[in-house]
Design a protein around this ligand. Structure first.
Ligand code: PHE
Length: 454
């Protein structure tokens, strides 16, 4: 099969499409809230460029050189380098499956607001400000919505129409960007903006906690889709003459810009509504619908916004599901594509039960302030993801020779690639493992401190 795209834009559509998702608009603001604002934002930007980007480039190159998705790519480099990485390569696939199930619940929340805004256009029943609170308490509804989302994702992947759909969604994204710009403009014209700017950009390092470094690492990896093997697959689509580091840089810059934009949308609204807990995963869904309701023409705007957000979430979910399915097919020759997809969907659906019932059946399963859904989020994104990403970068680092790395990284016409090559190698070899392990240890230490003090 010829995996390379005929146009270079094809790659950008899918890579940006996978990176851009709920992580940017929904997760980033509340993680920033949880970690005290400005200093964390700075840490995030720094790590996006020094840790996320080098690992992203590594994954893309692994795919580009082997033209395979992660499991087969690993097998290939195991053969050429004479090392056995089999165990490490299964981890991103398992992680993708579990993250898909939890991502589906949040995508279900988006579906909920699509129906709410859609219905409100036809009858005058208001979307109550407590809509999110009610949804969180209704485990059945959340499970139902998550199932609908999984089903949509499955049908797209089973029918093999995701390539077409990904491109189509790509074309809708400029419209989404337009909506986001309008929202930033509207939100920042609220009187709270000065406080917000101080909160977001004044780096008060005393607000960072023992958990902050790990939170920043986890979020950088999650939002750039690094550590899931997804970018290995997408790297395998990159054309021979396309410069991978430049492509990676563009994806990372675009993704970070959108994330910063999300802060400008959410925080002015949060500051306007006093007594909001800014550390809650429901943050965006708490404040945005209310803003739309109060805005002139806001119902239609709200509907358009949530439809676009849903398409972004769907795109990201397709990437996750496809990663699991394509690797299952690579591993077992007997399985058909349909079987692999339905098996993955079934498993994901089962796992979805836990996060979707977090606010109802499992309401008492809490650790301090955190409910089950936050615990799952933290265990997956802050706990497993950094380690799995580290494993994947180890495969790349040890499995691909320095010469090969240099061949793909260095473009004779681009001076930057020449001068950056040693830095990139340093980042993968020393900096990323160092920061990831330090973040993990500090986090562990923080947890022990809490347990001791109780
Ligand atoms: N990067 C996506 C987001 O920010 C999440 C994702 C992770 C998607 C891994 C695909 C693979 O929402």
């Amino acid at each position: 099969m010829n995996r390379s795209w005929r146009t270079r834009y094809g790659f950008y559509f899918i890579a940006v499409g996978s990176a851009f998702g709920l992580g940017n608009l929904w997760r980033f603001p509340y993680v920033v809230g949880e970690n005290g604002g400005g200093a964390f934002v700075l840490l995030y930007i720094f790590l996006a460029l020094t840790l996320g980007l080098p690992l992203l480039i590594g994954e893309l190159i692994l795919g580009r050189l082997t033209r395979q998705s992660v499991v087969m790519a690993t097998r290939k480099v195991s053969q050429t380098s004479g090392r056995d990485f089999k165990f490490l390569s299964a981890l991103p696939v398992i992680l993708s499956l579990v993250v898909l199930s939890y991502y589906s619940v949040i995508s279900g929340w988006v579906l909920h607001f699509i129906t709410q805004f859609g219905l409100s256009l036809f009858d005058s029943t208001e979307i109550g400000s407590g809509s999110m609170v009610l949804l969180l308490k209704n485990g059945g509804l959340q499970f139902g919505l998550a199932s609908v989302h999984l089903l949509i994702t499955l049908v797209v992947v089973v029918k093999g129409i995701q390539n077409g759909l990904e491109k189509w969604i790509g074309w809708t994204m400029p419209f989404f960007a337009f909506l986001v710009v309008i929202l930033i403009w509207k939100s920042t014209s609220l009187s709270t903006t000065d406080d917000v700017l101080r909160f977001l950009f004044y780096p008060d390092f005393s607000k960072l906690t023992l958990f902050s470094l790990n939170h920043a690492v986890g979020h950088v990896l999650f939002t750039l889709s690094v550590g899931f093997g997804t970018m290995v697959t997408f790297g395998s689509y990159i054309r021979e003459d396309q410069h991978v580091p430049t492509a990676g840089l563009r994806v990372a810059l675009f993704d970070s810009l959108v994330s910063l934009g999300a802060l400008f949308i959410v925080f002015p609204l949060v500051f306007k509504a006093s007594n909001r807990t800014i550390t809650d995963p429901a943050l965006m869904f708490d404040v945005l619908p209310q803003f739309f309701i109060e805005m002139k023409g806001g119902l239609l705007f709200g509907l358009a916004f949530f439809v676009c957000l849903y398409l972004a979430a769907l795109n990201a979910s397709m990437g996750l599901l496809e990663t699991v399915v394509s690797n299952m097919l690579d591993m077992s020759k007997k399985m058909s594509r349909n079987q692999a997809a339905w098996a993955t969907g079934g498993l994901a659906l089962l796992l979805t039960l836990l996060p979707s019932l977090s606010g109802s059946f499992f309401r008492d399963a809490r650790l301090g302030e955190k409910g089950l859904i936050e615990l799952i989020d933290s265990i997956l994104i802050n706990g497993f993801l950094p380690l799995v990403a580290l494993g994947l970068s180890y495969i790349f680092f040890k499995g691909v020779s320095l010469k090969e790395k240099e061949r793909v990284f260095v473009d004779k016409d681009k001076f930057v690639s020449y001068s950056m090559f040693p830095q990139w190698i340093f980042a993968i070899r020393w900096f990323a493992p160092g920061v990831i392990i330090l973040g993990w240890l500090l986090h562990l230490f923080g947890l022990l401190k809490i347990i001791w003090s109780e």
